[in-house]
Design a protein. Structure first.
Length: 153
């Protein structure tokens, strides 16, 4: 009986391990550095409605991605949206080919954010290195992250 219970417990733990393997990995979209928080996302440009793309002079395409970077600052329990910053970034594929990304500043009444577009291939794995230098600061905030991108049909 003791042997059966040991096997049952072992089986229970191994099933738990298999269940954890199938769990989706959390995708981070922000990183905090003291009072500053860098928000970032990469997505297919076809997700932007045509009217919005026209307003901001953005190109849409099934193999064209957009990286969106914004910076917020929290002071005295109040968070300011769209802190001005200098953004530098690069995308590196599995073959170690590097694409430098150029950003366009988008200013709205309540927020400022930065967009960069770049081409990619379906199921391409990219490593991103981003440097954000808030206005008035001398030390950049650096984030790195990985994404697998898919083309839209």
């Amino acid at each position: 009986m003791k042997k059966i219970s040991q096997v049952f417990i072992l089986l229970l733990f191994s099933l738990n391990s298999f269940a954890q393997i199938d769990q989706p990995k959390e995708i981070l979209t922000s990183q905090t550095f003291g009072a500053y928080t860098v928000h970032y996302t990469v997505f297919n440009s076809k997700l932007i409605p045509p009217e919005v793309a026209k307003t901001y002079n953005l190109t849409r395409g099934k193999d064209l991605a957009l990286m969106n970077i914004s910076l917020t600052k929290t002071e005295n329990d109040a968070t300011s949206l769209g802190v001005p910053a200098q953004i530098k970034a690069k995308a590196i594929n599995l073959m170690q080919q590097t694409k430098s990304l150029e950003f366009v500043e988008i200013k709205e009444p309540e927020a400022t954010y930065y967009l960069s577009s770049f081409f990619y291939t379906n199921e391409e794995d990219l490593h991103f290195e981003v440097s954000v230098l808030p206005a008035g600061e001398t030390i950049p905030l650096t984030i790195t992250f990985n994404r697998r991108l898919y083309t839209e049909n």
